[in-house]
Design a protein around this ligand. Structure first.
Ligand code: PEP
Ligand code: MG
Length: 573
């Protein structure tokens, strides 16, 4: 059930309702009484009230809140107010009744004035009245909320809350407040905002119809309160919650810095991002660099192959979004099951007028396409080299199946460098070259490849497909084409072992890198770098901070001995 209110403090809380049974109205006795005794009770209560309120003012979150509390103290101290109460007592009223009557009289006058500021003072009077009466009864000081064991949930739903009650929420489990009264500028709103409590005021809702402890969602941005949300509503808000978390984190990170990520026992884990565009979202700032720039997707958006100059400008722009960090540009990975229609006439020679292949995934793709079209490949390599001058840029080679392919590319890069020298164009002479490990052949000869390149990037998407002989695009075999398959996990371990022998760093850049349940396995076999979609960087870094190296290593040995993928899934969950 959805209820609309006034949005007061931004944020989303998904939790359980705690109804505030106490209302601000109290019962006031009207028995005839001893005038001297009632007078004494009133003055004692005034002193107690003032001392409580001073304590509250001291704990108030910010100047606005303490000003509101001090204004209430001033009202209670007002001689005209005291005289009015004493007159009531002398006319035969109990102190509670006399206070109530005096407050009501002033409150009505203020409300009748029609001025919004006076109307606000009238709610102050109501709070002063309840505060003095609480002090008289020895109940309801500001700590009472903190000690209240009656909170069943973390969303407090009430008709109204006094300033003192709101400040008292500081040490409670309450994360959101929904009130049926109040406005965006009421005292309650000012204080809730300064305390950062997600809140919705003036909600059109009958609290008696609400079950205490029921599940609920508060959206402080739109002013929505949802009681007993559906699964779809919960999922939607969980996503929104994550966005808020990321936004808040981003705001805390100084420009040029990334979110730190290390395990509980201090092992540094790099989390990079995968990109297919040069129009980068703000949250790429959370990452430690660009771990995989898929140029085939980049160019598909530009409707063809840009010239050397334009490509160089695009790569430079991407790298400049990660100052001081590395940007790994993967050369075109097209062909096979990755042919992009939008290239039209500009298709590389190896793909133009090509007979259709019976097994495209095993046909002309990736490095095979590039080595079959030197002009196209030289253009891209030269553009990357040009962008590398003064920047940290690396080259990544897709679909490698032999050491020979790696060597051929290195020769071509050396030749492109010579040409740039002739053209007097600068580039990074020590540019790093890496190899995608995504074919069984590359796994088997990883040690030999390691001698030729500077880094490995394991493409778990293709690696799963080729190790398991299960098409990554075919849902009928999706259970086989999966990181949870023991042979795929063993292949990852083999690559890490080969890389470790030659001190070659390994990044995981397939979709599995963002699967936080598989993270302990990867870390356990020695991976210290992950490249994931920008939207997953935050989650992966958060998951890393909850792990220890020793537990990751332990988990690995258990998993690698398990052949059933369902059991592997269960262990990792
Ligand atoms: C992979 O195969 O895991 C990978 C990262 O490359 P792509 O998905 O672009 O083939
Ligand atoms: Mg791949």
């Amino acid at each position: 059930m959805r209820y609309q209110g006034i949005p007061v403090q931004k944020g989303v809380v998904i939790g359980f309702v705690s109804k505030n049974a106490a209302t601000l109205e109290r019962h006031n006795g009207s028995d005839r009484v001893d005038v001297d005794e009632e007078r004494m009770r009133f003055f004692d209560a005034l002193l107690e009230y003032e001392s409580r309120m001073k304590k509250i003012a001291h704990n108030a979150p910010g100047k606005d809140a303490s000003d509101i509390v001090r204004a209430q103290i001033m009202i209670a101290r007002d001689a005209v107010f005291s005289d009015e109460v004493i007159a009531g007592i002398e006319s035969g009223m109990k102190a509670e009744k006399a206070i109530d009557t005096a407050c009501q009289k002033y409150s009505e006058k203020l409300r009748e004035s029609g001025d919004s500021i006076f109307a606000e003072r009238s709610s102050d009077l109501l709070e002063v009245k309840n505060g003095i009466i609480s002090a008289m009864e020895g109940s309801g000081d500001e700590d009472s909320y903190a000690q209240d064991p009656a909170f069943t949930g973390n969303i407090l739903v009430s008709d109204a809350l006094s300033v003192a009650q709101i400040i008292g929420l500081k040490n409670t489990p309450i994360k959101a407040v929904v009130l049926t009264t109040g406005t965006a500028s009421s005292h309650a709103a000012v204080i809730l905002r300064s305390m950062g409590i997600v809140s919705v005021l003036g909600a059109e809702l009958d609290i008696s119809s609400l079950e205490d402890g029921c599940e609920a969602i508060v959206d402080g941005e739109t002013g929505q309160f949802i009681a007993a949300p559906t699964g779809v509503e919960k999922d939607w808000y969980k996503r929104k919650l994550k966005e808020f978390e990321v936004e808040k984190t981003l705001a805390r990170i100084p420009d040029g810095k990334s979110l730190p990520s290390e395990t509980k026992d201090g092992e540094r884990i790099e989390v990079l991002c995968n990109l297919g565009t040069d129009d980068l979202p703000d949250h790429v700032r959370l990452s430690d660099g660009a771990g995989l720039v898929r140029t085939e997707i980049l160019f598909a958006q530009k409707n063809g192959f840009p010239s050397e100059e334009i490509q160089a400008a695009i790569y430079a722009r991407i790298a400049d979004s990660f100052p001081e960090k590395n940007a790994v540009i993967r050369v075109l990975d097209i062909g096979g099951d990755k042919t992009y229609g939008m290239y039209g006439d500009e298709l590389p020679r190896a793909l133009r007028n090509k007979e259709s292949e019976d097994n495209p995934a095993l046909g002309i793709r990736g490095i095979r396409v590039l080595l079959g079209d030197e002009k196209l490949f030289r253009c891209q390599l030269t553009a990357i080299l040009r962008a590398s001058y003064g920047r940290k840029i690396s080259i990544l080679l897709p679909m490698i199946t032999s050491v020979g392919e790696g060597k051929a590319v290195k020769e071509l890069i050396a030749s492109c460098m010579e040409e740039l020298d002739k053209r007097k164009i600068s580039y990074d002479k020590n540019i790093r070259i890496g190899c995608m490990i995504e074919t069984p052949a590359a796994v088997m000869c990883a040690e030999m490849i390691a001698k030729e390149v500077n880094f490995f990037s394991i493409g778990t998407n293709d690696l799963s497909q080729y190790i398991m002989c299960a098409d990554r695009g075919n849902s009928a075999v999706s259970g086989l084409c999966s990181i949870y398959q023991n042979p795929v996990l063993r292949a990852v371990r083999m690559v890490c072992e080969s890389a470790a022998k030659y001190g070659v760093p390994v990044t995981i850049c397939g979709e599995a890198a963002a699967q936080t349940d598989v993270l302990p396995f990867f870390i356990g076999v020695g991976v210290r770098s992950f490249s994931v979609a920008p939207s997953c960087v935050y989650d992966v870094k958060k998951a890393v901070s909850g792990l220890t190296l020793s537990s990751c290593k332990q988990l690995c040995s258990v998993i690698l001995d398990e052949s059933d993928d369902e059991k592997i899934r269960e262990i990792l969950k």
